[in-house]
Every structure is written in C-alpha cells, then in structure tokens.
Design a protein around this ligand. Sequence first.
Ligand SMILES: [Ca+2]
Length: 289
Amino acid sequence: MGAMTARARTFAAVITALLAVTACSSTPESTTASTTADPIGSESVPTLKADVVREYDRGNDAFTQGFEIDDGVLYEGTGLEGSSFVRRTAVENMTELDRVDLPSELFGEGITVVGDTLWQITWQDGVAIARDRDTLAEERRVSYDGEGWGLCAEGRGTQNERLVMSDGTSTLTFRDPTSFDAESTVDVTLDGDPVERLNELECADDGSVYANVWQTFDIMRIDPGSGKVTAVIDGRPLWDSMSAAERKGADVFNGIAQIPDTDRFLVTGKFWPKIFEVQFTDSAPVGQN
Ligand SMILES: [Ca+2]
C-alpha cells in the first residue's frame, strides 16, 4: 500500500472491519432484510407492484422457507437447525391446525403438496422427507445431490405433475413427484444474465413459477420452459410498510403462496410478523409512462 498516514491507516482499518461485518452477515442464519437494495431493473420485462389486499398478523417465530396453499390449508416449512418445523394453518381464520418439528440435526427448506404427499427438503442435509399431507407424519426419505432451497409442484392433478426445486443458484431442477429423481434442469435468466440465489418457489395456476431471490425484495416471475424471467415484482414497499418494532428481528423476504383459482398471493418473510395478501399489478401501465 506504500506510505500511508496514520489517519489513512485508521480509515483503511475501518473499511476492512466494515467489509468483514458485511461478509459475516451473508449467511442464512444472520442476514437482515434491511441491507437489500432496489429491485433488479430491466428494460425488457415489467416491474410489478404488490398491491396489498389485506394483512394478517402472526407470531414472528417462523423462519419461513416454504409457503403454499392447498384445499384451504396454508402449509409452511421453516428453517434453522434445532428449530425447523412444518405446519398446517386454516386459511379462513389463520388458526394453526398441526405442527411437526424436524429432528434437530435437519435444517428445513421448501415444501410442496402433490397428491397425498407433502415434500419437505433440507438445506445442506441432502434429505427430502415425504409426509402425509393431512397429519404431516413422516412416511419416507430420499436423498439428493446439492443444496435444497425452494420447492413447488407443477401440473398438480394432471398427467404432467412434476416438482420444481431451487438450490441457491440460477438453476431450477425438475423432479419426479413420486421418486424425487432429477429429470431435467433450466437456467433462469433476465435479459440473458443468470439470476442467482433463487429461493422460495411458487408454481402458479398460469404455468409461471414465481421465485424469491435471497437477500432481495424481488420476486421473479419465470417461464419454466425457457427459464426466462417475464416480470420482476418489487416487494420492498411491504417491508417499508412495517413499523420498526415489527421489523425488529425480521430477516429476508421469503415465502409466496398463490390463493388457488385467484390472482392473489400470500407473501411474507423469515421471522416477519405479518403475512400480506397481494395482487401483482403493472406499476407503469402502457400509455402512462
Ligand atoms: Ca410457495
């Protein structure tokens, strides 16, 4: 670095310390949502707003990793070693119906319901658990390669059911809904660039796959055939709408569940005390730019 004044050395030390703090914060256990930036901009796809239809208060005990509604029940899987669980909640009154803890050595991630089965994946344990969707009782386990982040099921109730899984990269893996075997992959891109850190997923009625992007307030709407992002949803205003007390201890934006047969979704975050029911609308309608 050559000759530095004492003041310059002090300044350099402060910057180094700040960088170290930033680096330390980039683990799933300790991130804070307040460090994330503006939505990823794109000239080729629209940025959508998340218009709030209603809000639900809830406890802030859920490190939300998987979020899905089926037949009037909100299924939620949570993370962290020693405190991961999966639960069923009645959507009509947001009353918890059942909850099952994971063994303390497992770090829970995404969940999805397909047929009579709820699949729950784990972060770095390489284990997917098949559960009875009604009792959440474990029925069997399978192993897979790599990390597990998000999970959803396409084509439910049709001949074309398949699971979609994220692993923290830009790649989505399609899996057999019964065997959990990997069948193919697609790389997710926005304007030709890979979109990394794909997290919680939602297979929507219109064939799109929605994905939270870890450490951002963005949700990507993805065409799973091509991997191309077709819209970017800005969730930042949801975070901004919460009070300082509500944000205390809250982690990243994560969790998206379509309310079946509607254009509305429930979204939340890890340790967020609120669930937002939202509709995605174009923030700059044609002719109003
Ligand atoms: Ca979901």
